[in-house]
Design a protein around this ligand. Structure first.
Ligand SMILES: CC1=C(CCC(=O)O)c2cc3nc(cc4[nH]c(cc5[nH]c(cc1n2)c(C)c5CCC(=O)O)c(CCC(=O)O)c4C)C(CCC(=O)O)=C3C
Ligand SMILES: [Fe+2]
Length: 365
């Protein structure tokens, strides 16, 4: 048994009104050279929704759902919630926890895959937040292939295929488009170079997509594409962009051998309906599909799906009980992904960009 005093639900944070938008974006991009035009463009996405990102409300709901699930299982672990880019900030939450006598925290990060944004940057955040305190933070492993994360997408794809089928779409003419956040190709490689050019990040997404399709849409063709690229246009990022991928599919449907009538969009890079889902997918991508005469369905994100919430609690218990790898659930052969080294105040940021899979034996324990 490993002793933990509390769970730290760890997330990105988002603005909750028009006045928050620019300060939030400055927090997100501090020192990262995002061009001002891009910030203006992103601010517009938030402004369209009253300056409110859905992410904080979703985390409040997830916190409540986790508390209910923990209570139902008789597990006495309080849940704190903290963010990287907006209040409640990690630094304040860690101090609050310490004041309450909670110094051994288990981090539950709202990001399922290995990337700098989802792993290394949280590691840096935790290190900063614990600096000068007596608090340690451990985090659960990347859960991209945990059944609790995958199940909601399986259900969503199944329902989307059934609903399009009800309108006369044959499954082999419905293309399942898995979509995740684009990142610079160099960052993808750095997420786990032993997995080839796209690193662990792309390998994890391809493996999960294949599992979801096999379970939910075995007759439908599928592909992986990317959304929400930013940064300097001269820097290469993961491609194709989903809008371009839709145009390519539509071009093939225009030929004598019509291949596709409809698409199912699976936003499996995100654990809940973030701004990237509401704007980039529900707004832009659905419009692109309509322009090209393709029917489209967007599958829900896990949000507070009971399987996801229960899966997160299982992942907590896995750490509390020091469950060996052989007994850790995973749906792809990449998993179970390895745990990360615990963060203690004053330590170096090791393992900053990514982690290696447990099978390589290289990840810090
Ligand atoms: C891989 C990945 C995830 C998934 C894993 C994870 O969850 O971490 C993620 C999540 C999120 N990203 C978010 C928001 C933003 N990301 C930005 C910028 C960037 N993201 C990147 C990558 C990722 N991002 C990258 C390579 C950049 C550019 C450079 C940089 O800054 O590193 C920018 C700046 C403007 C722009 O360029 O778009 C914003 C506002 C929100 C909140 C949304 C809401 O409010 O609902 C969430 C959950
Ligand atoms: Fe982002």
């Amino acid at each position: 048994m490993t002793h933990y005093d509390a769970i730290l639900l760890s997330s990105f944070g988002g603005p909750e009104g028009q006045d928050d938008v620019i300060p939030f974006l400055r927090n997100v991009t501090a020192g990262r050279g995002i061009p001002d035009e891009r910030l203006e463009e992103v601010a517009h996405h938030y402004r369209h929704f009253g300056g409110v990102s859905p992410i904080n409300e979703q985390n409040r709901q997830l916190k409540a759902a986790l508390e209910a699930e923990l209570a139902a299982r008789g597990i006495d672990l309080p849940v704190y919630w903290g963010n990287r880019n907006w209040a409640p900030y990690f630094g304040d939450v860690v101090r609050e926890a310490e004041a309450n006598g909670h110094t051994e925290l288990l981090g539950l990060v709202t990001s399922a895959y290995t990337s700098y944004s989802g792993v290394g940057q949280y590691r840096e955040d935790f290190l900063k937040a614990t600096d000068g305190t007596g608090v340690s933070i451990d985090r659960i492993r990347e859960y991209f292939d945990h059944p609790g994360f995958v199940q909601p997408f399986v259900e969503g794809v199944r329902e989307a295929i059934a609903s399009l089928g009800g309108e006369g779409g044959a499954p082999d003419r419905i293309h399942v488009m898995y979509v995740t956040h684009s990142i610079p190709t160099a960052a993808a490689l750095a997420s786990g170079p032993s997995f080839g050019e796209g690193g662990a990040y792309v390998a994890q997404h391809l493996a999960v997509a294949s599992v979801i399709s096999e379970a939910a849409a075995p007759e439908s063709p599928w592909s992986l594409s990317y959304q929400s690229r930013s940064g300097d246009p001269r820097t290469p990022w993961l491609e194709p962009d989903i809008n371009d991928a839709i145009a390519d599919l539509a071009a093939s449907t225009g030929s004598a051998t019509r291949a596709v009538d409809a698409i199912v969009i699976v936003p499996f890079g995100f654990v809940s309906d973030h701004m990237e889902v509401m704007w980039d997918l529900d707004n832009e991508v659905l419009e692109t599909a309509a322009e090209h005469g393709l029917k489209a369905r967007r599958v829900p994100t896990p949000g507070v799906h009971p399987a996801y919430v229960a899966g997160l609690v299982d992942l907590v218990l896995e750490r509390v009980n020091d469950v060996p790898d052989a007994d850790r659930p995973h749906l792809t052969e990449l998993g179970p992904w390895a745990d990360h080294a615990r963060i203690r105040s004053g330590e170096e940021v090791a393992d900053a960009t990514s982690s290696a899979p447990s099978s390589s034996g290289a990840a810090a324990r």
